[in-house]
Design a protein around this ligand. Structure first.
Ligand SMILES: Cc1cc2nc3c(=O)[nH]c(=O)nc-3n(C[C@H](O)[C@H](O)[C@H](O)COP(=O)(O)O)c2cc1C
Length: 519
């Protein structure tokens, strides 16, 4: 024994390094069978794996230019971070974008901007911007709802997001008078901090399912009665990142808390099928909407990503015939985010937002149905100029998911599907989320929403209007290479938006259905 320790004591540090490298080389060549590169190039082959793993960070921090990255480039992310922190979010020296580029959009400013007087609601509160339409008014629901903010938190469940992130978002929407869409994972205690809530469910009926996994109206009614801040219900048909794709919630990820919230058993994989079991066709879906609205008294809407239009035509025709229909329709773009989706779906299935929205809006407009529906848009619309374009095309509200995540600290690491989100926003790891300071993050979400609304109001005034609902298609141009060729939106997408009935922001402020705890 003493001889052995004697030999060891004579091994110098560089000999130890050589011994370790020798062991790695032996393992690479003779024992590991999974990686050809490390077998063929022992030791140095590992450098390739190291570079591959840190490549995204190197590119993000050092290599990519300000406008290069996707889904959100550095300028966009920095604008959200600075707005959320109430820091200087301006840029100096002029735009760094190629404004002659194909598809660049221009907002046509008025010769003289819209002027507000001292009695105007925006004179005192530069961020007050409620939705110009009321959900459920046309269909005479018992509890109509006017969202008090035109920007709101899009569907993201507790499960895909951490408890602390969900709580920060809910407290933030309360401060910003906005609403918080629960996402598919049921209503968690973290959604219940006083912000308006839109309860959302998909084919898994999480939180409102019976023991067979089918929809239970009794459970929904019970939840709505116990939770007064649920202001509307959204039925998910599909989302842009993975339309028509079901999902599996693996048993390993189902904690006791998640099992209780989602009403699923512990220790068993839970499937969300691609289809709803509560309805199989458009007339049945319409009936389902009516039952929910009747039993809960709340406005009921649908969310979908757009591809084929035949069933949308059927829906619009049926709405015309029956006088019934969803109170709101959320159109998600193919560029939309997700907690996890196969790239083939995320990249290719469903249309980008501008194409999908314009296709669907036209169908309802041609049948004079747009006044009955609150149109919500989602798909990278959380920037004031893009939102102005969306309003010109016909939306009444914007939902944001990833922009909201960034406002509370997401760094676009794009690892939501791995449970290793470094910012603690999209993970269930207790350690990773322990760094989230809820009071600070909720303040940031609220500040992002307020800055967004303030800048959108300023753009609206610059275009000569009081509220973005007044934007028309002709107010926005899309560059098609030369000014003589650049087209107003109405020529590009071939429709005119129906004018939204609007009698001034003061009338919205006095509305009895105004949400967001506005006094
Ligand atoms: C982490 C995460 C979870 C999501 N969960 C849902 C969901 O449960 N249901 C749903 O309809 N959409 C879900 N989405 C999609 C968003 O609600 C939204 O429609 C989409 O990301 C587009 O908005 P964005 O571009 O502002 O992110 C999720 C998105 C993310 C990033």
């Amino acid at each position: 024994m003493t001889e052995f320790t004697e030999i060891l004591s004579h091994i110098t540090w560089w000999m130890w390094v050589l011994i370790v490298l020798l062991i790695v080389a032996i393992r690479d060549i003779f024992f590991q069978k999974r990686h050809t590169i490390s077998h063929n190039f022992p030791i140095i082959g590992h450098i390739r794996y190291l570079f591959e793993s840190i490549g995204p960070e190197i590119r993000q921090y050092f290599v990519a230019n300000n406008r290069e990255e996707l889904p959100f480039n550095r300028i966009e992310r920095s604008w959200i971070y600075a707005s959320a922190k109430k820091e200087n979010n301006y840029e100096g020296f002029g735009t760094d974008r190629d404004i002659y580029a194909h598809q660049h959009i221009f907002i046509n400013n008025a010769m003289m901007p819209f002027k507000i007087d001292k009695n105007h609601p925006n004179y005192l509160d530069k961020t007050f911007l409620p939705c110009a339409k009321v959900m459920g008014l046309h269909n005479k629901r018992k509890k109509p709802y006017r969202p008090a903010s035109i920007i709101n938190v899009s569907a993201m469940s507790f499960g895909s997001l951490s408890a602390k992130a969900v709580e920060s978002l809910n407290k933030g929407v309360k401060m910003a008078h906005a609403y918080h869409n629960t996402g598919e994972g049921g209503l968690s205690p973290y959604h219940c901090n006083g912000g308006d809530v839109i309860f959302h469910f998909g084919t898994g009926y999480f939180g409102v399912r019976d023991e067979n996994g089918d929809f239970s109206i009794e459970k929904l009614v019970d939840m709505v009665e116990k939770t007064p801040y649920i202001r509307a219900i959204e039925i998910k048909l599909s989302q842009g990142a993975k339309p028509g794709k079901g999902g599996v919630l693996p048993a390993a990820k189902i904690t006791k808390e998640i099992a209780n919230i989602r009403h699923v058993p512990l220790g068993k994989d839970v499937l969300s099928p691609p289809n709803h079991s509560a309805f199989s066709n458009v007339p049945e879906m319409l009936e389902f909407i009516e039952i929910i609205a009747e039993k809960t008294g709340l406005p009921v809407g649908i969310k979908a990503a757009i591809g084929k239009l035949d069933q949308w035509i059927e829906l619009a025709d049926l709405m015309l015939k029956t006088g019934k229909g969803p109170d709101f329709i959320t159109i998600d773009g193919g560029e939309g985010g997700t907690g996890a989706a196969p790239p083939s779906f995320a990249d290719h299935v469903s249309l980008p937002w501008v194409y999908g929205f314009s296709d669907v809006y036209k169908l309802f407009k041609d049948r004079n149905l747009t006044d009955r529906i609150v149109f919500i848009g989602s798909g990278k619309l959380g920037f004031p100029a893009k939102a102005a374009m969306a309003f010109a095309m016909g939306v009444d509200c914007i939902n944001v998911a990833r922009e909201a995540m960034m406002s509370i600290g997401c760094i676009q690491a794009q690892v939501c599907h791995t449970n290793r989100c470094p910012s603690g926003v999209a993970t269930q790891s207790k350690w990773l989320q322990s760094g989230i300071n809820i009071p600070l993050k909720s303040e940031r979400l609220a500040q992002y929403f307020k800055t967004f609304r303030k800048e959108l109001i300023e753009i609206t005034h610059a275009a000569g209007y009081e509220h973005p609902c007044q934007f028309q298609m002709k107010d926005i141009d899309v560059n098609v290479d030369d000014h003589n060729l650049s087209e107003d939106l109405n020529k590009t997408y071939m429709y005119e938006k129906t004018a939204v009935p609007f009698n001034g922001i003061q009338a919205l402020k006095s509305c009895g259905f105004l949400g967001g705890n506005h006094k």
